[in-house]
Design a binder for this molecule. Structure first.
Ligand SMILES: Cc1cc2nc3c(=O)[nH]c(=O)nc-3n(C[C@H](O)[C@H](O)[C@H](O)COP(=O)(O)OP(=O)(O)OC[C@H]3O[C@@H](n4cnc5c(N)ncnc54)[C@H](O)[C@@H]3O)c2cc1C
Length: 394
């Protein structure tokens, strides 16, 4: 890894300043407050403004295709995170649009892509089912041929942002008798099709996601992405992208690991707590003069820095595990008032650590659980072989 600092050219510095000012203008306190209340991680006004300014198109296209240079992409990622932009669903939209470009019929891509880049069309992921998400290939949602179309029946758990999206990238089973991985087909299903029912779910950190039911949903064959029973090949690319295991450039400018933006929130909470514990109380004493407070605060900073610098799938695990370990330590330093959430009178640090504590659980689940990532590290990085799940032979 290259730890050299990057000198910005005047043009790149101007790009950063312009982007920062633009985000300050559109990501207002009101936008952030609404996002906290709804848990949507999405704001249509912000999304459309980023599309209209051309930022979505620049992020989506490769540099060779007129998109951001590697350096500008890095600036873009950092500034979006620092502004607390409610924006996580751009990632899913962008990934699905890339799968369409690579595997879908070109007429469908031509129809959908302009709306994606302008911000008007959002795309969501329909993989996980109520009976399990880690092993997505066990998919039970059925798609059955019906003339020049398909009839879909089943249900999908945790289809985040479905209520703000126009299409779902849906994993279906098109041949229950075929071997696993050889019976899957992907579709881009318009979410306003009769028979689609989107029901809300709130998670422990206040996020809004959905369960979506599909009852005799008819889609034309032109919405199929990739070959019939060839869905696993399409899905693999999308999963690698989501897991952060896709091939990266070696220029040191890539996002270090997926979900590192959550650690930025934790770093901000730590900064706020460092300020609180160094402030003298009514008796003139400072909490940080207690060596155990100083030690635990220092350990939190060190672990956060280490996680922020850990790349790829190792970083994915380090980020979520560090949040899970450090957040309760931070709350402990401040006492029971740290359990009060943001905007509550008397909250020790305005709910900063409390929010990280609640966020840490889902961060270790979505996009693949920590256990599954640890298995991937064991199998692919440490070459320990495939885990054996069968009971030991007696
Ligand atoms: C907030 C949120 C948003 C999400 N958004 C989406 C979305 O937009 N679209 C979508 O399709 N999905 C989404 N998901 C689903 C997410 O990808 C799954 O929750 C995740 O893959 C785990 O699946 P599961 O919850 O069904 O748990 P399960 O797969 O049932 O796992 C249960 C437990 O068993 C463990 N486990 C399972 N398999 C293994 C294994 N092989 N080795 C060791 N341990 C194992 C898991 O770690 C976990 O602790 C979202 C989830 C959350 C919480």
């Amino acid at each position: 890894m290259d730890f050299a600092s990057v000198e910005l050219s005047p043009e790149d510095a101007e790009f950063r300043d312009e982007l920062r000012a633009f985000l300050a203008d559109i990501v207002t306190d009101e936008v952030r407050r609404r996002d906290r209340e709804t848990g949507e991680n999405f704001d249509e006004g912000v999304h459309l403004a980023l599309g209209a300014k051309g930022y979505l198109a620049s992020d989506w296209h490769d540099e060779s295709d007129g998109g951001f240079s590697a350096l500008r992409r890095r600036i873009w990622d950092l500034e979006i995170g620092r502004a607390h932009t409610p924006w996580f669903h751009w990632g899913t939209t962008a990934v699905v649009a890339k799968m369409m470009r690579d595997f879908g019929p070109s007429e469908l891509t031509d129809e959908v892509l302009p709306g994606v880049l302008s911000g008007e069309t959002r795309l969501c992921l329909g993989y996980t089912e109520p009976e399990g998400g880690s092993d997505v290939a066990t998919c039970k949602t059925r798609a059955v041929r019906d003339g020049d179309g398909w009839i879909i029946n089943g249900s999908k758990m945790f289809t985040s942002n479905a209520h703000n999206a126009r299409y779902v990238f849906l994993l279906t089973n098109t041949d229950p008798d075929a071997p696993k991985h050889k019976n899957l087909t992907m579709f881009l299903v318009p979410l306003d099709t009769p028979g689609v029912d989107i029901q809300p779910i709130r998670t422990i950190d206040g996020d809004r996601t959905n369960i979506v039911f599909y009852s005799d949903v008819r889609v034309d064959d032109r919405y199929r992405i990739g070959a019939v029973n060839g869905g696993w090949g399409v899905l693999r690319g999308a999963l690698d992208e989501e897991h952060g295991t896709a091939e990266k450039e070696d220029d040191g400018l890539q996002r270090v690991a997926v979900m590192s933006e959550h650690l930025t929130l934790m770093a901000e909470a730590i900064d706020a707590i460092a300020e609180l514990v160094t402030r003298p109380g009514a008796d003139g004493r400072r909490l940080v003069d207690d060596t155990s407070v100083a030690y635990r605060l220092g350990r939190s900073v060190a672990r956060t820095e280490a996680a922020l610098s850990t790349p790829g799938m190792f970083g994915r695990v380090a980020n979520a595990q560090t949040m899970r370990d450090v957040a309760p330590d931070l709350m402990d330093l401040l006492g029971s008032a740290s359990a009060l959430p943001i905007d509550t009178t008397g909250a020790a640090d305005d709910g900063g650590a409390e929010y990280i504590f609640r966020l840490a659980s889902p961060v270790g689940i979505y996009g693949g659980t920590l256990e599954v990532f640890r298995n991937m590290i064991a199998q692919h990085a440490l070459r320990l072989g495939r885990p054996a799940y069968s009971p030991p032979k007696s």
